[in-house]
Design a protein around this ligand. Structure first.
Ligand SMILES: [Zn+2]
Length: 315
């Protein structure tokens, strides 16, 4: 029997958990659905990621409002993917911050990505009619952007670590609390999506830079919060291993179909039961095949191309 397309048949609600990681530092995880976070400044809030729709974001904000009523000054978006950014209007933030490449990617392919992600993961798009349009950053940076949290709260540092999950991922780092919000550059017990990735950079220099923070707590793009050096190391190690296996198997394959089959066989024992594994793999292998055959930048995913690749690669 053919597998249902991407995550289109995944309709069961996930349980959301709001965790306080340190005083005024919050993460909302959801059993493998996209994670979000927030950091309190002295008299304002910084929110990290926006979910897929304003209605989905409002449910998160209602939980956050049980802890703090400070106004939202900054909304930080780790990268351009629709399920991270299209809920932005719910935050009413003064400033929306992304990496400069993310702004370019929204202009270049934001509309197509919206249609693609909606078809792949319809459950995440709660009341899709509430999305007013594409989300545009109002502040961008190339290497580092520092937010002074005020009082004696220290800084929140937004850092570009190189090309990885996309061309423009940022991480958010709290040096005082040693907490890292890593976006989709690191996953903790959730499969990686690499359909827009630069695998070789990500698996080497980019992950090295992410690891070099020496985080004591890490919130990945999906999956549980990694607490303590051992769990952080495990999340980084899983991300590295997933990419290394993909690179090894796709490099050794003679055709795209063979690349998919080899990669599936090699990853499945360890990662097959993790969220979105089957959903991601055809898109991942397609992009890595391109990357290893000289296609410098990821081709734009459209709802039509998604179906073609899925039908070609899924058994
Ligand atoms: Zn993403």
């Amino acid at each position: 029997m053919a597998k249902p397309f991407a995550s289109s048949a995944d309709l069961g609600e996930k349980r959301q958990s709001l965790e306080t990681l340190a005083e005024g530092v919050y993460a909302l995880t959801a059993e493998g659905d996209p994670n979000v976070g927030a950091v309190e400044g002295e008299d304002f809030l910084v929110c990290f990621e926006a979910l897929a729709t304003p209605v989905a974001a409002r449910a998160w904000l209602a939980r956050l409002r049980e802890h703090t009523d400070k106004p939202i000054r900054y909304l930080v978006l780790s990268h351009y993917h629709a399920v991270r950014v299209l809920g932005a209007s719910a935050f009413g933030a003064d400033v929306i911050v992304t990496h400069e490449k993310t702004r370019e990617l929204i202009a270049e392919r934001g509309q197509q990505d919206w249609a693609s992600e909606y078809a792949r993961m319809p459950r995440l798009f709660k009341e899709p009619g509430s999305i007013p349009g594409l989300t545009w950053p109002t502040a961008t940076f190339s290497d580092r952007f520092t937010i002074d949290l005020g009082g004696d709260r220290g800084d929140l540092v937004l850092q570009y670590c190189g090309r990885g999950h996309t061309e423009g991922d940022l991480v958010a780092w709290l040096p005082r609390q040693r907490i890292l919000f890593a976006g989709d550059l690191v996953e903790s017990q959730a499969a990686l999506y690499t359909g827009d990735a630069f695998h070789r950079d990500w698996a080497s220099s980019t992950l090295d830079r992410v690891a070099s923070f020496g985080a004591g707590t890490l919130v990945g793009g999906r999956g549980a919060v990694a607490r303590g050096a051992r769990e952080v190391e495990a999340a980084l190690g899983q991300t590295r291993d997933f990419l290394a296996v993909m690179l090894r198997e796709v490099s050794a394959a003679g055709t795209l179909k063979e690349a998919y089959e080899r990669t599936h066989r090699a990853l499945e024992p360890r990662y097959g039961s993790w969220p979105i594994f089957e959903h991601c793999l055809p898109f991942n292998v397609s992009r890595l095949w391109d990357e290893l055959h000289g296609v410098e930048r990821p081709r734009v995913w459209t709802a039509e191309r998604d179906r073609e690749v899925w039908d070609e690669l899924q058994p």
